[in-house]
Design a protein around this ligand. Structure first.
Ligand code: SF4
Ligand code: SF4
Length: 174
């Protein structure tokens, strides 16, 4: 689902925040996730704003799009940003490697676990990236996947157990 500027939550803006310029991987710039873009002035924003690549032009994080979260979730404050990846049907938390556990604090984790419960019912997942390290959030626990490459797949695998269907996740090469 593409997002247009008119779909954004009224009153929310990027003012004072440049976190996506650190946390996201931008392939056309060969910028890995979790490191500052060389074009980012952390105080003033993008130094190539008029010619910034398309992935930057079209990106609006969850803070700008989700009315149900409040200003505590602004990435400059929370130290992570939220995105939804349609193709993979997953909610992705991009955590600052300098504060990789910030999303586990109140009020975030409780809400993120609620998203995990909804995602599981719909065949999706909640994934946290902290640099190249990946963690899956489930309604009652987290699964640390360790270092995962950009090209690898994260696949849910269901198993029957005496308690019912359990789910685990495997990292597979493409
Ligand atoms: S992380 Fe979100 S609020 Fe911060 S600059 Fe990027 S799009 Fe704007
Ligand atoms: S090109 Fe500009 S908008 Fe894109 S990541 Fe770099 S600093 Fe941010």
């Amino acid at each position: 689902m593409s997002t247009q500027a008119q779909d954004l939550v009224a009153g929310r803006s990027c003012d004072g925040c440049t976190m996506c310029c650190k946390l996201l991987a931008i392939d056309v710039l060969q910028k890995p996730r979790g490191v500052w873009c060389s074009h980012c002035d952390q105080k003033h924003g993008c130094t190539i704003y008029e010619s910034r690549p398309d992935p930057c032009r079209g990106f609006y994080c969850g803070y700008l799009r989700l009315p149900q979260i409040d200003d505590r979730w602004k990435p400059s404050k929370a130290k992570f940003l939220i995105n939804y990846e349609d193709a993979a049907n997953r909610i992705v938390i991009h955590a600052d490697p300098a504060r990789p556990d910030a999303w586990r604090a109140d009020p975030y984790l409780k809400t993120i676990r609620q998203w995990a419960a909804s995602a599981r019912q719909q065949g999706g997942m909640v994934l946290v990236w902290a640099g190249s390290r990946a963690t899956i959030v489930l309604p009652d626990r987290e699964i640390e996947l360790g270092t995962v490459r950009e090209d690898q797949l994260i696949v849910p695998v269901e198993r029957r157990t005496p308690r019912g269907i359990d789910v685990t996740f495997e990292v597979r090469d493409p």
